[in-house]
Design a binder for this molecule. Structure first.
Ligand code: AMP
Ligand code: MG
Length: 423
């Protein structure tokens, strides 16, 4: 990776926290929600499990066939030549064969069927020749080359009764719900979902459906936040648009903090004349920090108002999204008590020249794909204005450029962070 010289006109602000410091401070200040509730399996998707779950069963619960074919005794497998066996019955999934398999006998078996007493090996039907009798096809001929105990699934292959199958702090994905269902568990304890209240601030903002006057724009952040919060499955309360009037913002903030675990605002987080978020937070709560050496998203307030956490996101929609993604998302997961893994970052070959001034960590918008050699490549979405939502809408990853890096030349390797379903 080529590092460019830091210039005198770089963007370094000595009062800013680095991205990593900010993330660490946020993570350290989270107290996970304690409230638990019982949910049934149908309403559990996306919740965090509150207690370890142990299996009451071995899975698989019984020895069964992995193939459609014939259950036989391993002792009957021919070492050379061929062997003829008499088919004495059927064992289909859910309809076991009741008898015993003795020497010289086989049972027709389907995938998932119980391997009958006396048998321990399954011959795939493609490897058995059915000998047509006058009355019925009740003999098969098998040749050598089979392995004893092949094509069977043994009790406990996956896990045993008493094993912990999902741990407290793990999110209930469809795969984990399936796992719980497979052992017959349909009710369990989860952490209650966080309640998040949010609103936009700005005199210029109109809700969709309203008519715009000169100088006004539609509020996009509330719809972005609603979409992302909904995807995270939290309970969200949309408190609308609040004008840049200190008292009104203060009243709404206090009200929001009373009814939520987290309050999120957008806009007014900087130091302009119409920016009140930091001033109000200093008065009614506590500000953790408010400037981060990242782009987009330099003005970001984090703190708390009584028992509610607070994020004051920047007003520019791309900045609001990027900061939500990088900070609010892991914070909500920690609030729910989830064990959060670091995001996946990959190395990709950059296909364009990228402009970057040293001083802040950049999260540029990119489109990653693989080339004909299955190598990861990334293209920029174009001009990187933090007011330009179309670049976010086109992108499928962030191109993450380290704080001290300068311009990126075509062909240089860069770090990319693939988007998850939130964006
Ligand atoms: P601010 O952070 O309030 O200084 O706003 C920065 C820029 O983002 C300004 O151009 C605002 O008009 C714009 N902006 C603020 N809030 C929103 C919003 N909710 N939707 C769209 N643009 C916004
Ligand atoms: Mg504003």
């Amino acid at each position: 990776m080529t590092k460019k010289q830091t210039s005198c006109c770089d963007e370094f602000d000595p009062n800013s926290l680095s991205f990593e410091q900010a993330l660490e401070r946020i993570q350290q200040s989270i107290q996970p929600i304690k409230g638990k509730k019982n949910v049934s399996i149908r309403e559990a998707a996306g919740h965090i499990l509150a207690e370890n779950v142990t299996s009451p069963l071995n899975i698989p619960p019984f020895i069964n066939s992995a193939m459609d074919g014939y259950a036989v005794k391993a002792d009957d497998l021919p070492q050379t030549g061929e062997q003829t066996l008499r088919v004495i019955g059927k064992s289909f999934a859910g309809a076991p064969f009741e008898g015993n398999v003795n020497a010289g006998e086989a049972v027709r078996i389907m995938t998932g069927g119980v391997v009958p007493e006396g048998a321990d090996t399954v011959i795939m039907q493609e490897h058995a020749e059915v000998i047509q009798d006058k009355t019925a096809d009740n003999h098969i001929k098998i040749s050598c080359g089979h392995q004893a105990k092949q094509n069977v699934r043994n009790p406990g292959d996956d896990f045993f009764a008493g094993d912990t199958i999902i741990k407290a702090g793990e999110r209930l994905s469809p795969a984990r719900l399936g796992l719980l269902a497979s052992v017959g568990i349909t009710e369990f304890k989860v952490i209650r979902k966080p309640v998040v209240a949010f609103f936009s601030t700005g005199d210029e903002l109109k809700g969709v459906g309203q008519t715009l006057k000169p100088g006004e724009i539609y509020d996009s952040n509330r719809y972005i936040l609603f979409g992302m919060l909904q995807k995270m499955g939290v309970q969200c309360i949309d408190m609308g648009v609040v004008a840049d009037i200190k008292d009104e913002i203060e009243t709404t903030l206090k009200e929001a903090a009373k009814i939520s675990d987290m309050v999120i605002t957008s806009g007014g987080a900087s130091v302009g004349e119409a920016d009140f978020i930091k001033i109000i937070l200093d008065e009614i709560g506590e500000v953790g920090f408010w400037k981060i050496a990242m782009k987009p998203g330099k003005p970001l307030a984090f703190g708390h108002i009584n028992n509610s956490l607070f994020f004051g996101l920047p007003g520019n929609p791309v900045s609001a999204m990027a900061t939500f993604y990088q900070f609010v998302q892991p914070c909500l997961a920690l609030l729910e008590g989830e064990t959060v893994a670091d995001p996946i970052r990959l190395q990709a070959k950059c296909m364009n020249k990228l402009k970057k001034r040293p001083g802040r960590k950049d999260f540029q918008r990119g489109i990653m794909s693989s080339n004909e050699n299955a190598q990861l490549i990334v293209d920029t979405t174009g001009i990187q204005g933090s007011h330009m939502l179309s670049s976010m809408a086109k992108a499928n990853c962030f191109i993450v450029l380290e704080r001290d890096r300068g311009d990126v030349e075509v062909g240089e390797m860069v770090e990319v962070q693939p988007f998850n379903e939130l964006i």
